[in-house]
Design a protein around this ligand. Structure first.
Ligand SMILES: NC(=O)c1ccc[n+]([C@@H]2O[C@H](COP(=O)([O-])OP(=O)(O)OC[C@H]3O[C@@H](n4cnc5c(N)ncnc54)[C@H](OP(=O)(O)O)[C@@H]3O)[C@@H](O)[C@H]2O)c1
Length: 247
């Protein structure tokens, strides 16, 4: 018997895959949303099958840049809950994200809209659509943000400003959805470099008090702490080796 059902957006690779892995290890049946990482997610779920042969979760494919994709994810989530005879959704993780550097002067309206779409609009509408099933089992929602709050990250205005929207949405919902649903954020620091920032990443790590980049496991561990801590809501945990308080 699974502990309950969890949904992780962008859960097929990188940090999302580690979150999926940790939730499965904790006994959750995980709905792994992907856009393009279908194969990675299927291989991951196959490797986590129970000794009885029971599935550890299922993959839902949806491009969240489109309204049809979002509607499909919502519909498939409800269908999966029904298929599992689940009373509701225990965990919702807003992990899907886009991260590309571009000088502020050259960011187009379409690029800004896509960042707003993935980081703010989708978490807003997806959570709203799932409120009844979250409330039904006193579920929790976790937004994956970052440690840019109050700082200027060169070439990332479109990313940091829309992640700030997600942060504030989560804090607002911690009030709006209480007392049934808890809402928190994880703010990773320098964990996994994007291909374009490998050089920049080394210089960031030099400024991290703990002297190293974090691992996806460090992030997943903090996320599981939020899942398991029933008196925590409206909190942001920086998983950044102290980077956010470094001079
Ligand atoms: N990596 C870090 O060091 C770091 C630092 C600070 C914050 N964070 C945050 O932590 C989270 C995980 O980081 P990450 O680096 O592992 O994330 P990531 O690789 O940049 O993105 C996660 C997933 O988002 C999905 N995604 C992108 N566009 C999508 C779309 N249009 N529709 C549906 N899904 C879409 C992708 O799924 P597919 O692969 O299936 O296409 C991707 O695997 C993110 O929210 C990120 O902002 C990470």
């Amino acid at each position: 018997m699974a502990k309950g059902v969890a949904l992780v957006t962008g859960g097929g690779r990188r940090i999302g895959a580690e979150i999926t892995t940790s939730l499965i290890a904790d006994g959750w049946y995980v709905l792994v949303h992907v856009r393009s990482s279908q194969k990675e997610a299927s291989v991951l779920l196959e490797s986590k099958k129970k000794p009885s042969g029971g599935a550890a979760g299922e993959v839902i494919v949806a491009d969240l840049a489109t309204d049809e994709g979002l509607a499909h994810l919502i519909e498939q989530t409800h269908a999966a809950l029904k298929g599992q005879n689940a009373d509701g959704l225990g965990v919702l993780v807003h992990n899907a994200s886009i991260y590309k550097s571009k000088a502020y002067e050259s960011v187009s309206l379409d690029e800004l809209r896509l960042n707003t779409r993935i980081h703010l609009e989708v978490p807003f509408m997806l959570t709203q659509a799932l409120v009844p099933v979250l409330k039904a089992v006193n579920g929790c929602v976790i937004g994956m943000i970052d440690t840019s709050l109050g700082r200027s990250w060169e070439g990332l205005s479109h990313y940091t400003s829309t992640k700030a929207g997600l942060r504030q949405l989560m804090m607002n919902l911690a009030g709006d959805l209480a007392p049934e649903v808890r809402v928190n954020c994880i703010a990773p620091g320098a964990i996994m470099a994007a291909p374009w920032e490998a050089e920049h990443f080394a210089s960031v790590i030099e400024r991290v008090p703990l002297g190293r980049g974090g691992s996806p496991q460090d992030v997943a561990k903090a996320l599981m702490f939020l899942v398991q801590s029933e008196y925590l809501s409206g909190q942001v945990i920086n998983v950044d080796g102290g980077w956010s308080v470094a001079p």
